[in-house]
Design a protein. Structure first.
Lengths: 318, 256
């Protein structure tokens, strides 16, 4: 028992020490990549929540954008403190999710996908063209840093704590009754309905929670980069989020997390190595999907299943 | 007052009338059977009662309350729960988890409390689990309670479908062809299970193709054909009803 406890705590302790001391031995470039990964992780665990129920949206990056622009506009125009902007960003994104989700969730599968794509296009067009508010293609520059801090480590810690908190909440949510009901909806929507689960409300809530966290992440993005521009919230960015989720496989929380960390590192390291990188990225994804159609989650499940079966047999022989 | 009252329900699909001015009552405590040939409108009636479809006209009352056009989850909350003809289960969850999800219908979730880790919420979850274990045992699934639903043999899957519905503690349980495609052994097990559920005080409305089962266990049988009620009565009366034999059973062989 004690040994098992130690075994479960040890990786957390080592991990915490590593991440807490990282700014001392990490290069600025590595520190930057770590921040990117932290924000990406918040995006993916939020996106996954609705994905579990069998609905994939195309507009998750849009909620990230809404958060980033909300903070950018509130800070540069009204000079509000970061804390207020941060909260406002999350609330704004969640509110938009409700607004879009309310009608859109009455459709299924491909239809919902297309409607959310429509929302993405509308919002992107607004970002590009409403110069007075969004700055158009150039975006909004010179966003004042949080409390005047311009060094990287504080942002590293901010992103890290926020990411850890998000993953913790998602972890608990996953195991909560609400989380299990989301899985149930993904498995058999009509059965969930006739045993008394309000499918529409569950999905809408999942969509809004995911969007809210994306909004918070966008707020940190705006302050960290000190500018926002549509290029960070374009088609390729939203497709990559979907790719993380599919490659990770939504059935476990860890699948998409592993996929996001691995693919972000992979993409960033390719950036150093010349022109063929995009093709190499695509080839790796392609091969992986051929070999593991249920993603990393599928691999995790298989391993767990094997272990469970072994335990089952052990019981049988005793 | 009947527990369930279907009053003059009509359901039209384009030009086709699947149900025509159909009346049906289910009294509290009884095991009512509904039979009819393929395409008679039995499944449509189930869909209309459980809120999956809205009737073209007519009313449905449950415990005296008008539930016509309500959403399925609302109707389920009121205590009217159905099973599906095709095996619809939460395939990627374990047997126990399948039942546990359905156990929760009465209590509102406290998701925030669960995320923070409140002990009172944990306790309630434990209670639900205990209840789920009880139902798993009652439905004869305890040997496979840890398996994923998709890995179960057909007979077990059908039993799990009933277990899920039972876990919601329904006042009226509507079973849609629970023994279809089962072998003799599985059929006997399911029949006994249905009788037991009924003895414990749950009212049951049963749709079935296998006439034998309906004749054996039902108190009262309603026969429909072409969306209309053609006979109603005790199994014995139905067996000897000329209309039924001619219009539906065709030859007497089927009856015995």
């Amino acid at each position: 028992m004690n040994k098992r406890r130690l075994k479960s705590i040890l990786p957390i302790v080592i991990g915490s020490i590593f991440f807490l001391t990282f700014p001392w031995f990490g290069t600025p470039w590595l520190l930057h990549i770590a921040i990117v990964i932290f924000l990406n992780l918040v995006l993916i665990v939020g996106y996954r929540l609705l994905y579990i129920t069998g609905l994939g949206s195309f507009c998750h990056i849009t909620f990230y954008a809404i958060g980033a622009y909300t903070t950018a506009i509130l800070i540069t125009r009204l000079g509000l403190p970061f804390g207020v902007c941060f909260l406002a960003s999350g609330i704004m994104s969640a509110a938009f999710a409700f607004l879009v989700g309310w009608p859109a969730m009455r459709t299924r599968g491909a239809y919902f996908f297309i409607i959310s794509f429509g929302f993405f296009v509308i919002f992107y067009t607004i970002l590009m063209n409403w110069y007075a508010m969004t700055g158009g293609y150039a975006g909004i520059k010179d966003i004042p840093p949080i409390m005047g801090i311009t060094t990287v480590p504080p942002y590293y810690y901010l992103a890290m704590v926020f990411c850890a908190a998000t993953i913790f909440i998602m972890y608990r949510l996953d195991r909560s009754r609400y989380g299990r009901e989301l899985y149930a909806i993904g498995d058999a929507e009509d059965l969930a309905d006739v045993i008394g689960i309000n499918v529409l409300r569950h999905r809408l809530l999942a969509f809004a929670i995911g969007a809210g966290f994306a909004g918070f992440a966008g707020s940190i993005h705006a302050s960290y980069y000190s500018y926002v521009a549509p290029a960070s919230f374009s088609l390729i960015n939203t497709i990559i989020i979907i790719a993380w989720c599919v490659i990770g496989g939504a059935r476990t929380l860890w699948g998409p997390i592993i996929a996001t960390v691995a693919l972000t590192l992979f993409a960033e390291s390719l950036r150093l190595s010349g022109t063929l990188n995009g093709i190499l990225y695509a080839v790796v994804l392609f091969i992986f999907m051929m070999m593991a159609p249920h993603g990393i989650s599928g691999l995790i499940d298989t391993l767990r299943g094997r272990r469970r079966r072994r335990e089952y047999l052990d019981v049988g022989t005793k | 007052m009947a527990l369930l009252e279907v009053v003059k329900v009509t359901k039209r699909f384009g030009g086709l009338e699947a149900l025509k001015d159909l009346d049906l009552q289910v009294e509290s405590g009884e095991l009512a059977g509904l039979i009819g040939p393929n395409g008679a409108g039995k499944s449509t009636l189930f869909n209309v009662i459980s809120g999956v479809m809205r009737p073209t006209s007519g009313k449905i009352f449950f415990q005296g309350e008008d539930i016509t056009g309500m959403k399925p989850y609302r109707i389920a909350e009121k205590g009217l729960v159905r099973t599906f003809q095709a095996t619809k289960l939460f395939m990627n969850l374990s047997v126990l988890a399948n039942v546990e999800i359905a156990c929760h219908i009465a209590a509102k979730p406290n998701t925030a409390g669960e995320v923070i880790g409140l002990t009172s919420v944990k306790q309630r979850e434990n209670e639900a689990q205990q209840m789920a274990i009880g139902i798993v045992k009652k439905t004869g699934l305890e040997t496979v309670s840890g398996e994923l639903a998709k890995n179960l043999p057909h007979g077990y899957q059908r039993a799990l479908g009933v277990a899920i519905a039972l876990a919601t503690r329904p006042k009226l349980l509507c079973l849609d062809e629970p023994v279809t495609g089962m072998n003799i052994e599985e059929t006997r097990f399911m029949t006994e299970l249905i009788s037991r559920i009924r003895q414990e005080g749950t009212t049951i409305l049963l749709i079935e193709h296998t006439i034998r089962v309906v004749m054996d266990i039902c108190d009262r049988i309603t026969v429909v054909n072409f969306g209309k009620k053609i006979a109603e009565g005790k199994p014995k009366e139905i067996k000897s009803n000329k209309d039924v034999i001619e219009a539906y059973l065709g030859t007497e062989e089927y009856v015995t």
